[in-house]
Design a protein around this ligand. Sequence first.
Ligand SMILES: NC(=O)c1ccc[n+]([C@@H]2O[C@H](COP(=O)([O-])OP(=O)(O)OC[C@H]3O[C@@H](n4cnc5c(N)ncnc54)[C@H](OP(=O)(O)O)[C@@H]3O)[C@@H](O)[C@H]2O)c1
Length: 336
Amino acid sequence: MRGIQIKEYVKGPQDLTVTNLPDPVPSSSQYLIAIHASATNFFDLLQIRGKYQHQPPLPWVSGSEFAGTILSVPSALKSPKYKVGDRVFGASQGGYATKVCAPEPALYPVPDGWSFFEAAGLFVTAPTSYGALVTRAGVKEGDVVLVHAAAGGVGLAAVQIAKAFGATVIATAGTAHKLEVAKSFGADHGINYNEKDWPQQVKKLTPKGRGVDIVFDPVGLIDLSTKCIRWNGRLLVIGFAAGNIEKLALNKVLLKNISIVGLHWGAYATNEPETIQPVWDGIFKLIAEKKFRGTVFTDKEFVGLESVGEALQSLGSRGTWGKVVVKVPQEKESKL
Ligand SMILES: NC(=O)c1ccc[n+]([C@@H]2O[C@H](COP(=O)([O-])OP(=O)(O)OC[C@H]3O[C@@H](n4cnc5c(N)ncnc54)[C@H](OP(=O)(O)O)[C@@H]3O)[C@@H](O)[C@H]2O)c1
């Protein structure tokens, strides 16, 4: 196969190279998959530099999220869910390659009518945003939901899920273009959070200026968001894209009777596996009802594993929206 192997940590994505490698050998519980599209994640940038919480022993193939077709099924499974040729998406170490191995819980079927390109970016963002808004915060019709970094990967998923449950969505982002993108995915209002008075602007958009019911925060804006949340509101802690882990004066939590709710999707597999399938059932239902679509960044196209470095650079520069996905032609296919 071809792939991006890390033999020693690199300074950045510009140093990544594609080489011919031996095909990965699946264990008795793994499928072998031919990759047709790979999605990029911020943690890939950390991992190639040796700065992620999970670092496999060198050498290893980089990348994680992918979509493709099943090449072989696990020998140890009596009734495998997928057969050779089935279209799947998922995540497993080694997503920047033409082939990867993955166990069954790391795979889902590509939804009907979806391309590999669209499905490659579903595995992380969709359940994170659904688990946060639906499972943790109980979003319901009539709620006003504030989605920060609404044009980001988890942000665009959150906008669509909140809308699908009948909420009014106020989106924030750092540029006018990103706010337009968030609106094209259903956001009702857009506010540039580089403007200092954004909490006041948010409040003004809610009925009688009461504040929002739910805040979805992948950035690190919990403290400022307490200014525009209503009595009994829920603040969802999703991530710290701005780089700071916030500290909060707890009198703010008491005074407005609010809840601060964390969500760590990846940890459900060990702590609460029974919740994973209901979340995916909910996502597939929204997809079937055409209330949730793929969020692939389309301002620029990335084709071939050679373009993974450039795709990761774009992702790291904050110039992209949604999921940055690379098309991966199989070895006998042309790049075009
Ligand atoms: N809790 C979980 O289980 C879970 C799961 C997945 C992801 N996450 C976390 O959620 C966060 C967002 O993930 P994502 O996949 O949506 O990432 P993403 O697509 O890269 O989006 C991040 C967004 O954050 C905004 N941002 C604000 N300040 C930033 C800064 N200083 N540098 C870079 N971006 C900044 C950017 O929007 P503007 O340019 O509009 O400001 C950007 O679009 C990450 O911290 C990630 O680790 C958590």
